[in-house]
Design a protein around this ligand. Structure first.
Ligand code: ADP
Ligand code: MG
Length: 705
């Protein structure tokens, strides 16, 4: 399509959400009463009348058939970290041998997938295979690959959550309830719901498929297990925001188009810091929809890349030595009467409310820092968090100069109004106008206030954002419930609000840090302040089953003790399995690719050495000899480390059934042995003839597209 056509047909408006059964489509196609009833369910969380469901299902089916769809699926998010779907066609036979399209309200609302093969952490033994999926009408249905996809929550027959969406929805509910209590106590009569909103910035790598296909590590584990440092990395800082290469631009254009059709608000795209690294950011939406859309974004990036002979890597650390990928999870709370609760206001009253919500988040982050850290932990993220890379494993909050100053003043008695010099009584005097776009003034902070939202920067690039947001929503709900308890009892709400804000400033200021989070001084300073520094996933996972977390999650009905324990088991098992796959892949590459290649190369060297020696008796330490000695030495060490890794992998047999002990063993023994093997492998890469090396190098892969 050329530019003129694009403008003439208003291409954007035409394709946007063309494959989504969204509000506009429902309004246009559903009978008025049905639409109203469904809207009530969506907006107010009321139960759905089965008769309404029948009408909606039928309308949805007609719409989908018109769009060429042949199947439908309940689309859900099991604990695999990705999405799952099982397609059923709409066909229903008639007596005269034809078919008609059929889709009932029952089929829309509830599915019964055989759930035995999804991770359940012991919640559902295989003999109790039944699980069910339940329609989540707060996220619109859409068509993908000729299939009507219905977003659903996935539970066991006894009602336990088997997925990521269920606790996320429960946490949104909890936060809404507690935030409303605070708003009511502060005199708000208009809001009836508070939603959490999220805009996740997705980082990813794009590489050539031909090179990818030659790397078993990329294929099997998503990251390179070998690879010497290339002569050029990211040190020239020439990739960030650099102009888009044509191949990348055309890939991105197609990604945008596909996402827009699915109603994903794809907004910003650019080159990232590392070579071959890029980012895609959407406009924010409710956390639930943002989570679904982020799944679709990850899927679309992968799918479209293949069409262009490219591969998209979502792993947190595909390449050593250059930046890894994360997801900046921009998060806020907004009431349905139109206010962003983290937006500084214009009136004194609005500002008191703003400070109350802001300090509640700060307090939650301080009191549950370990949980937030755990919510961002996964095997891949261990290479970023706590590994001298952005961001560090220590949770702290960046507030920006002005707010930090207000905090500081509140800490030392009353805050001064910076303009008049008089006492700043919260709720009486206005705050100085805060710059809305304090964009990335501190890029090192794991949890930064950016004007009207918080940016949680630890989140893993390949993981669902449901986990971190469930954690965040729940801890803020808990703090808000404590705030509401006090405000509801108090006679002077303004004074009480002020007291609460001051208390947070006194008690929780230790979590605030506006300096360089990557510095060694901060690590020391944080330890002095008593902030947790959880360096690995294995260390982080047990946080999910601490008494404090169980109590909070049960209080707000987000996850029960049993559900939390099942997740704990899943996370640990997952870690152990992933490291095991990485170790086995390393062994495969070592024994069948690297060893044979180097053996052959040293053989060639030896042969040429003999030839040289016979030609010239004087050449005692020829270049060949030097190279042969060095290569043979590294090769011997490499071979020993192959043996060591084999032994380490086998050693798991002796560890027993305890999943925490198993995960610890993988981290302490297997991962460390892998690092030694890699060091030798990477050294060999720098010694061996380029033509004899069996793997595409970092330089080949990172600078090829
Ligand atoms: P920056 O991070 O550079 O300040 P933006 O302000 O454009 O950039 O926002 C980055 C992301 O934050 C975008 O996805 C944007 O939609 C999202 N965002 C903006 N406002 C909110 C909000 N109130 N709640 C959640 N996300 C938001
Ligand atoms: Mg940002």
């Amino acid at each position: 399509m050329d530019q003129e056509q694009v403008v003439a047909s208003n291409y954007l408006e035409e394709i946007f959400a063309s494959n989504v059964f969204n509000d506009a489509t429902m309004k246009a196609r559903l009978p008025k009463n049905t639409y109203k009833a469904l809207k009530k369910t969506i907006d107010e969380g009321l139960p759905l009348d089965p008769l309404v469901a029948d009408v909606v299902a039928n309308t949805m089916k007609d719409w989908a058939l018109e769009k060429g769809a042949t199947h439908y699926t309940h689309w859900f998010q099991p604990m695999t970290g990705i999405t799952a779907e099982k397609h059923d066609s709409f066909i229903s036979p008639t007596s005269d041998g034809r078919i008609i399209g059929e889709f009932s309200g029952k089929e829309l609302i509830k599915g019964e997938p055989d759930a035995s093969s999804f991770p359940s952490g012991g919640l559902r033994a295989t003999f109790e295979a039944r699980g069910y999926t339940a329609w989540d009408c707060t996220s619109p249905a859409f068509i993908k690959d000729y299939t009507l996809c219905i977003p659903t929550a996935f539970c066991s027959y006894t009602g336990e959550a088997l997925d990521q969406k269920t606790p996320l929805l429960r946490s949104m509910e909890a936060l809404s309830k507690e935030a409303l209590r605070v708003l009511r106590a502060m005199g708000n009569t208009t809001a009836t719901r508070v939603a959490t909103t999220v805009g996740p910035e997705q980082e990813y790598f794009i590489i050539d498929k031909k090179l990818y296909d030659q790397r078993k590590d990329l294929i099997l584990t998503g990251r390179t297990l070998f690879g010497a440092k290339p002569p050029k990395g990211q040190e020239l800082e020439d990739h960030y925001f650099g102009n888009l290469k044509e191949r990348i631009a055309s890939f991105m254009r197609e990604v945008d188009t596909e996402l827009w059709k699915l109603g994903v608000l794809a907004k910003t795209k650019h080159n990232e810091v590392a070579p071959a690294q890029h980012e895609l950011a959407p406009i924010f939406s409710t956390t639930n929809v943002a989570t679904d859309h982020n799944h679709l974004t990850m899927e679309t990036l992968k799918k479209v890349a293949l069409r262009h002979g490219l591969v998209c890597l979502l792993h947190e650390k595909p390449f050593a030595g250059v930046n890894g990928s994360g997801k900046h999870n921009n998060w806020s709370m907004s009431a349905n009467d139109g206010q962003n609760l983290l937006e500084p206001g214009k009136t004194p009253h609005e500002n008191a409310q703003f400070l109350l919500f802001l300090t509640s988040v700060v307090r939650g982050v301080d009191e549950y820092a370990d949980l937030l850290r755990a919510s961002a932990a996964n095997t891949g993220n261990d290479h970023r968090l706590g590994a001298n890379e952005a961001p560090p494993a220590i949770i702290s909050v960046f507030l920006g100069e002005q707010l930090a100053d207000i905090f500081h003043q509140l800490e030392n008695g009353g805050a001064k109004n910076s303009k008049s010099g008089g006492e700043l009584r919260i709720g009486v005097t206005t705050l100085p106008t805060l710059p809305k776009d304090s964009t990335d003034r501190n890029r090192t902070s794991p949890f930064a206030f950016t004007g009207n939202k918080f940016e949680f920067r630890m989140v893993a690039s390949s993981a669902s954002i449901a986990g971190p947001n469930t954690a965040l929503n729940t801890i803020v709900a808990e703090i808000l419930s404590q705030v509401a308890d006090r405000l509801e009892k108090s006679k002077d709400v303004t004074a009480e609000a002020q007291a609460i804000i001051k208390e947070v400033v006194k008690k929780n200021s230790r979590v605030i840090f506006n300096g360089n989070n990557y510095s060694d001084e901060w690590v020391k300073e944080a330890a002095k302040r008593g902030l947790p520094n959880i360096k690995s996933t294995v260390e982080a996972i047990p946080v999910w089953i601490t008494d404090k977390v169980v109590k909070t999650f049960e209080k707000h009905a987000v996850l029960s003790k049993v559900e939390l324990h099942s997740r704990y088991e899943i996370f640990l098992e997952n870690y152990a399995k992933q490291i095991n796959i990485e170790a086995l892949t390393m062994l495969l590459m070592s024994k069948r690719q690297i060893l044979p290649a180097v053996v052959k190369y040293t053989g060639d060297l030896a042969a040429s050495l003999t030839a040289v020696k016979s030609a010239s008796a004087k050449a005692t330490t020829s270049a060949q000899e030097k190279l042969l000695i060095e290569t043979s030495e590294v090769l011997a060490s490499f071979s020993n480390n192959v043996d060591a890794l084999e032994k380490a992998v086998d050693g798991i047999e002796k560890i027993g059934e305890d999943s925490l002990k198993q995960a610890q063993y993988y981290r302490d023994v297997v991962v460390t042995t892998m690092a030694k093997l890699r060091a030798d492998g990477d050294k060999l890469e720098t010694l061996v003839d380029e033509k004899a090396w069996p793997l595409p190098t970092y330089a080949d892969i990172l600078f090829n597209v």
